[in-house]
Design a protein around this ligand. Sequence first.
Ligand code: SF4
Ligand code: SF4
Length: 79
Amino acid sequence: MDMKRTLTHEWHNIRHLRAMRIYLDEEKCIGAWQCYEVCPVDCWTPNYDTRKVEFHGEDVCVACGACVLQCPEDAIELR
Ligand code: SF4
Ligand code: SF4
């Protein structure tokens, strides 16, 4: 198993142990796309029409927190 797959596997285990989930406040989202750019496992899709991001990573998010730290509008919570 290569390093990225090993790390992703371990992050998945940690997320399940901590039972953490992403909560997106669409009202705050301004379509800056930082979450989309930093997510290591492609949990986000930009919607260029609405200027809102869409989260579809319930099963793959590894709870790394990168999107939470990068969002300029504090639109994402991990808890
Ligand atoms: S980083 Fe924040 S404001 Fe930008 S698209 Fe993602 S949720 Fe929306
Ligand atoms: S916490 Fe955010 S950046 Fe990290 S894997 Fe989950 S959705 Fe992607």
